[in-house]
Write a protein that binds this ligand. Structure first.
Ligand code: BTN
Length: 326
């Protein structure tokens, strides 16, 4: 009921909603509505109550709350929200093992053991970032699962654009979101598979929304949305928007199990496109011009002899010739 009350109050855009209307809507007593409103106030929602007029929403807190996230979702989902957790990916995996349904969403205000790609750590400081994981149980070939990382990057980019982050935003292949040449989001996709069957996949997304400082060793390549744009995005809304966008793109991906329906949009955001890149291949580094991605999400690189090679994200990483991005 609290989720629905927030939704109704928000839709009224600061106008009053009568207590009577809320009672009728949920078939509950005035006292029950009053209690729900008080719970929301305790959670940080600023709600004005005026006799004979009802309730109106003045402001929403920037806190991660299950009800707040749910109130922005465009489809039903099983949502878990923690003040602190080791890693949302780990928790999502644990829930998956206990039978949690496809689409389960896990979010946390702070991670104590956040995981990055290639065994690195990922820091999610309290109150200033987004850490979220989505559980998927797709019936697709396991070799197509890594493509979901690119689908996720596209979803995050779209959600950020919808929240006003436009200038300077792009994707560094395959899945880093970059703002003004600095990384603001990382994605870690993990899966449990049999030889030819996917048990489940967890897509984990970390976004530096309003982190205000970074350690010396990464401050030249990492940043936050607040530092780069001055925009302080409501994190519950962003989590829901990323989730909503993800499923829009995921449905397109599932039709063909590749990126044929999304390639063009992805290339439009690809910062490496038409730029010189250094491919860090374990078999030997080489340089070329990035042309864009193919249906499998591999990066097409034009070599100096005019030939084109396709490199896969699992095997290589790329850098700009002069730095992390360009
Ligand atoms: C990267 O190295 O770029 C990937 C970082 C992924 C971080 C996210 S935060 C939410 C989820 N939980 C984790 O432990 N990792 C991912």
């Amino acid at each position: 009921m609290k989720t629905e009350i927030i939704r109704i109050l928000r839709e009224q855009k600061g106008e009053f909603v009568s207590g009577e209307m809320l009672c009728e809507q949920f078939s509950v007593s005035r006292n029950a509505v009053w209690k729900a409103i008080n719970r929301l106030k305790e959670q940080g929602f600023e709600i004005e109550s005026v006799t004979k007029k009802g309730y109106r929403l003045i402001s929403e807190p920037d806190l991660l709350a299950k009800e707040s996230i749910e109130s922005y979702l465009s489809r039903e989902a099983s949502v878990f929200c923690f003040d602190e957790i080791d890693s949302t990916n780990n928790e999502c995996m644990r829930l998956a093992g206990n039978g949690a349904p496809d689409g389960t969403l896990v979010a946390a205000d702070c991670q104590t053991g956040g995981k990055g790609r290639r065994g690195r750590n990922w820091t999610t400081p309290k109150g200033t970032a987004v850490a979220m994981s989505i559980l998927l149980r797709p019936q697709i070939a396991p070799q197509n699962a890594p493509i979901l990382t690119l689908v996720s990057a596209l979803a995050v980019a779209k959600a950020l654009q919808e929240n006003g982050v436009k200038e300077g935003l792009g994707i560094k292949w395959p899945n880093d979101l970059v703002l003004n040449k600095k990384k603001i989001c990382g994605i870690l996709t993990e899966m449990i598979t049999e030889v030819d069957y996917i048990n489940h996949i967890v897509v984990g997304i970390g976004i530096n929304t309003h982190v205000e400082s970074f350690p010396e060793e990464i401050k030249d390549i990492a940043s936050s949305i607040l530092l780069e744009t001055g925009i302080k995005i409501n994190r519950s809304k962003l989590i829901a928007d990323v989730y909503n966008c993800f499923f829009r793109y995921y449905d397109i991906f599932l039709k063909t199990e590749d990126l044929s329906g999304l390639k063009e949009e992805y290339d439009g955001l690809l910062l490496n496109k038409d730029k010189e890149v250094k491919v860090l291949d374990p078999k030997g580094e080489f340089c070329g011009t990035a042309l864009g991605i193919n249906e499998r999400g591999e990066l097409k690189v034009k070599l100096s002899d005019g030939g084109v090679t396709e490199v896969s994200a699992g095997e290589v990483s790329v850098r700009g010739l002069y730095g992390y991005v360009l």
